[in-house]
Structure formats: C-alpha cells, structure tokens
Design a protein around this ligand. Structure first.
Ligand code: SF4
Ligand code: SF4
Length: 161
C-alpha cells in the first residue's frame, strides 16, 4: 500500500482509538455506477497488484471473475471495471454481487485511508480531535456554569439561615 494511504489510514485508526469513536457511514447510493467502473480489490487485507494475485483470487472466489483489469493506478494497485454494471450505472447482478460491493463503503476502507469517489452519495463521519476538544470545552463551560449557580444558591441559603 502506498505510504500516503497507509499513513492516512493509520492516523484514522489511532484517532478512533484515542477518541473511542468509530467511523460512521452516512448518505445513500445515488446509483451513479462510478465505483463499479473504477475500483481496486483487496484480498485478505492486501490490495491486488499483480495478474497472478488476480487469477488466484478468481480461482478461489469465482464471483470476482466479473471484474476486468483496466490498468494500474499510481500506487501500483490494479484497477478494475465490472462487467455487470449497466450503461445506466445499475448493477445487473445485484443479488449475487460480491462482498466488496454489498459492504461498500466499509469501515475497513476508511481505516485503509480510502474515501468514496467524488460525488458518491456516501460519506464517512468521524469525530476529529478539533470537534472532540470543542465538545470537551463545551462540557467544561456548562459544568462551570452549574458550579457557579450552585455556589450562589448555597451562599443565599447561608445568608437566610
Ligand atoms: S459511487 Fe457511491 S453513489 Fe455511485 S454507485 Fe457507487 S456507492 Fe453508489
Ligand atoms: S457486481 Fe454490481 S455492485 Fe458490484 S461492481 Fe459490479 S455492477 Fe457494481
């Protein structure tokens, strides 16, 4: 995996652990078919980078035979287009689509540093350090406010006693 994706994914994973907040997936599919025309495939946690790996994958899981190699990206991963996507961007074999399709976009991809393609209807929602700090400061402010009100109330009661 390229250093860029590896570092990005590692940062996301560490942040999620530190903040104890897992990524959530928002949005919905717009049926644009972009992710079916230009995809990368992972097998056992490793991106497919060679024809040999691809052949091995298809031998073990024949449903991957629908993916045609169309090239290689800048990170060295093989790029694929699916033979099951219609001209309208709709899956023609929806019931039998492989796990990478039914799971898309998965938290695993997020922690690998990958995002859905531009204009995809899905997005990842993750707590950032900045948002967590803002939440913490907000809680401290309201805690301070409650404390001040409580002090005022106790002083008033002491005066009345
Ligand atoms: S790119 Fe996103 S919106 Fe388009 S088909 Fe894939 S999952 Fe759906
Ligand atoms: S099997 Fe269906 S959902 Fe999966 S890439 Fe092909 S067309 Fe898209």
């Amino acid at each position: 995996m390229s250093l860029y994706y590896y570092s990005r994914g590692f940062f996301r994973w560490v942040r999620a652990k530190v903040l104890r907040s897992e990524v959530r997936i928002g949005g919905h599919c717009l049926l644009c078919g972009r992710c079916c025309h230009d995809l990368r495939i992972m097998d056992n946690g490793k991106w497919i980078t060679s024809r040999k790996q691809h052949e091995q994958l298809v031998q073990n899981s024949p449903e991957y035979g629908r993916f045609n190699i169309i090239g290689r990206d800048g990170c060295g991963f093989l790029t694929y287009s699916c033979s099951c996507v219609s001209d309208e961007g709709v899956c023609t074999d929806y019931e039998n689509r492989p796990l990478i399709c039914s799971d898309y976009p998965s938290p695993t991809l997020y922690y690998r540093g990958v995002d859905p393609p531009a204009h995809c209807g899905y997005y990842y929602e993750a707590l950032t350090f900045r948002a967590a700090l803002r939440q913490l400061l907000g809680r401290e402010q309201s805690f301070g406010k409650v404390l001040r009100q409580e002090r005022k109330r106790m002083t008033k009661e002491e005066r009345q006693a």
